[in-house]
Design a protein around this ligand. Sequence first.
Ligand SMILES: Nc1ncnc2c1ncn2[C@@H]1O[C@H](COP(=O)(O)OP(=O)(O)OP(=O)(O)O)[C@@H](O)[C@H]1O
Ligand SMILES: [Mg+2]
Length: 600
Amino acid sequence: MKSLTAAMGRMFAGLRFRLLALVLLVCAPLLLLMLHAAGEDRRRAVADWRAQAQNLQLLASRDEDELIGSTRQLLLAISESAYVRSLDPRRCKKGLDDLFASYPRFANLGVLTTNGQVLVCARPSLSEILADRAFVQEAIATRAFTIGSFPSAIGRPTISFGFPVLDHAGKLLAVVFAELDLQYFDRFGTEVPAQLPRGATWTELDRSGVVLARYPGDQSCIGKVFSDAELLGTVFARSEGVLEHVDPHGVRDFYAFASRPSDLAKGRVVSVLSIPRQVLFAEADQVLRTNLEWLALAAGLAFALGWGGGKFLILRPVKALARSSARLARGELSVRTGVPHTHDELGQLTLAFDQMAQALEQRERERERAAHKLQVLSYRLVEVQETERRHIARELHDEIGQSLTVAEMNLQAALRCPATAARQKRLEQSIQAVGRVLEQVHDLSLNLRPSMLDDLGLEPALHWYTHRQAGLTGLRAEFKAARLENRLDPVIETECFRVAQEALTNVVRHSKARAVTVDLSQRNGHLHLRVRDDGIGFDAAALRTRAVQGASLGLLSMEERTALAGGGLEFNTGPGKGTEVHAWFPLKWQAARLSESHND
Ligand SMILES: Nc1ncnc2c1ncn2[C@@H]1O[C@H](COP(=O)(O)OP(=O)(O)OP(=O)(O)O)[C@@H](O)[C@H]1O
Ligand SMILES: [Mg+2]
């Protein structure tokens, strides 16, 4: 459980997860924008819906006016016809039948007597009930066009219209009537159904909540009280508006309602345009769905690219860097990230890391080389020191010891010897022996460190040493030196002398040269020493390599000494070309050094 939690924690803290969170963050405003746009679409759909309801209201009102107007015209024409004025039932019947056949919207046409009895009618079966109608009484009383109440309580939903038949003197002769078949009117007489939005229902109610008209669908509810009492209450409480309401069948509908005056209903009529919510918002919801699908697709794609791309573009170099850093920390200096050095920040980072590792590796190699060289030098130094001691011991024993022995024996013999001449000889021999000892001690000390170097300086000491070595070996020697203004720093003097000493020793030991030149000069703030011979020369690179491996010490010690003193060294040589050893040192003067130490 713990490890699972830790793994989850690692995943959520990981770079890739952060990248994906960024993708989601980018998607969030888009999602909000889409939801906002969908909200706007819905608002627009409701507004359009309301405008449509108002148009339909106007259309219904116009239809009603047209219907009443045309019925009035028809009844006027019938009332003025000769057959009606004749009040002859037979003629009336024929005239009405002709008209009835041409006006299918009417359920009946007829003529009533002034006391409300049916004189004649096109559909006799329906005539009995007419006498009770208030519109007949009203037409008789007002002598004007009247409209019956709606709907008739029995039979088919119809509305009756009455018109008085007056003679020229204005005396009431009869009343003509027409019964409008509302169902027929619904089917052919109004444009409202054709203008209805898809899925919507149009209902007209009179002030008592009775359904006057309903398109499309169930006509059985016409003439009955509207079944949704709750909605009815709300609709009658306001003159117009839009509301969302769940109908008795559990369907959530939108209702746009408004009232208008109606002659047919004899008062105000409320028209209600209803539509199921999902139909009204179908278009907006479809746009939202499509947008969400595109967003999900884009987010999924971005997710997949982020997941895969994050692995290759970010995680891989970062992990390679982390791994390489850990190995570098363990001392594996040859480690490299192995990631291509692109121009982006990560590429630059890996490049910097690889360069750092390379520099470290190179430094380590140089350090190892220097350490090895130091080890070889130390070993050789000890060896040389031992050789030197052996040499001094042999000198002391073989030369100085023997000479002193001879001097001792001579002195003892001189003691025992009575004759003055013989003693004289012994003493002279002793003096010679002591003289040789002195000379040997002098040579020994000069080879160790010529006192001339300390007393007179570099130039005289080198001059003397060059000619002494040449004298000992039969070489032709030349010494050239530019005049030095002052004594050099003791370290520079010693190191320069030792380099010259080794170079001359090499000339004597290896070069097979006939002549040697030692040249001491100043240039560009440096002291230059050149020891040139006309000998056999050598392969400097190869012999230096061998020296590093421990074969010899001279070449390396010359390098070390010049480097220690802050200068440098080069060999201009080759097999058969003679040799020039060129060493240079910084020009440091003894006086400056003294004043420096004084200042300190
Ligand atoms: N002037 C020279 N002419 C010809 N060969 C030379 C000269 N100087 C040096 N060499 C060659 O370079 C080799 C290396 O010289 P280096 O001074 O290091 O060693 P070494 O003289 O043999 O021994 P040591 O360690 O005692 O000096 C020599 O053995 C010799 O072969
Ligand atoms: Mg040597």
